[in-house]
Design a protein around this ligand. Structure first.
Ligand SMILES: [Zn+2]
Length: 317
């Protein structure tokens, strides 16, 4: 069986010309495609496979990261219409702060103004002391190279998600948001599902999972900080849903660099039944037997109709 990962799914960009998202029509076409080629794994069969350790041979499991309103407004009705279910991985910090998570502030900055504009501001704001040492040279080389918007976009993401030391990240993003958006509140409203909608999703037969509190790169955190991210997010979701069906997790950013053996051990200790990594291959019996806290999952863009919609910039085809 295959797990597929989605993020933004919406009919239009909401006034953000560079924003990358899967168009709702493409999502529908991709579901049609999966129905014709792979079929879908039913929830009971999926839960059964966790018990037996035998993955369902063929079929797709749909997963949706980050708790966006998109998932309640557009994905849920589409899944219901087709009799499908999905796993929704939700970070929880925004329910305490009422603000966009840093990872999403980066998306809306880039989405509204484009990579070149953000990168040129970043060049003025960032000083070497704010960067991890081994990335200083790379930052300077990249920022002054001639680039297209796509390159600038991925470079801004790498800088703000990986190169920058976490103690400076929030302040830098505060400055960028202030500079480009003035007051942030208008963007925040309706960006995420409310906690009432999280419960409604579960009541409709969807599965809710943890995606940490603040969406950090876990490999950058010590054990205690990792534990807090996991414990607090599960606690919030248990309360919001009135009790999670099972505990499941997916790693922010994903990829083997984004977590450590400690993260996997903590997930075991907290009763998490399985966690998704990002790795482009099917779930095999060995994965369920030996390494449940790092199950492979494909990005939707690896399959027909899954490419991000781009109003400007290169069409990925
Ligand atoms: Zn995420």
């Amino acid at each position: 069986m295959k797990a597929i990962m989605y993020h933004y799914v919406r009919p239009q960009s909401g006034g953000m010309p560079y924003f990358r998202y899967l168009a709702l029509d493409s999502f529908r076409r991709q579901l049609d495609h999966f129905a014709e080629t792979e079929g879908f794994v039913e929830k009971d069969a999926f839960l059964e496979s966790l018990t037996t350790g035998q993955p369902v041979g063929k079929g797709v499991v749909l997963t949706f990261d980050d708790g966006f309103s998109d998932h309640y407004d557009y994905v849920l009705p589409e899944l219901k219409k087709r009799g499908l279910w999905g796993i929704f991985y939700i970070p929880t910090h925004m329910y305490a702060t009422g603000q966009l998570l840093d990872v999403h502030r980066i998306h809306v900055l880039l989405g509204k103004f484009g990579g070149e504009a953000i990168l040129s501001r970043l060049r003025h704001i960032l000083s070497d002391t704010m960067l991890s040492h081994n990335h200083v040279a790379e930052f300077h080389n990249m920022t002054y190279a001639t680039q297209d918007n796509d390159q600038s976009t991925s470079f801004v993401k790498r800088t703000l998600n990986y190169f920058i030391s976490y103690e400076y990240r929030e302040k830098v993003l505060d400055d960028l948001m202030e500079m480009f958006f003035g007051r942030e509140q208008a963007i925040m409203s309706e960006f995420y599902m409310s906690d009432a909608k999280i419960k409604a999703m579960q009541d409709e037969g969807m599965m809710i999972g943890s995606h940490s509190v603040t969406h950090p790169v876990f490999s950058k955190l010590d054990e205690e900080a990792q534990r807090r991210e996991l414990e607090d997010s599960f606690a919030f979701l248990e309360k919001a849903t009135g009790g999670l069906q099972i505990r499941t997790f997916c790693y922010p950013y994903g990829g083997f660099h984004s977590f450590t053996p400690t993260t996997e051990r903590l997930l075991d200790e907290l009763g998490c039944r399985f966690a998704f990594n990002v790795e482009a291959r099917d779930i095999e019996p060995a994965d369920l037997e030996n390494r449940r806290q790092a199950l492979p999952r494909y990005d939707c863009n690896r399959f027909a109709h899954g490419a991000a919609h781009l109003e400007y910039g290169k069409d990925p085809g």
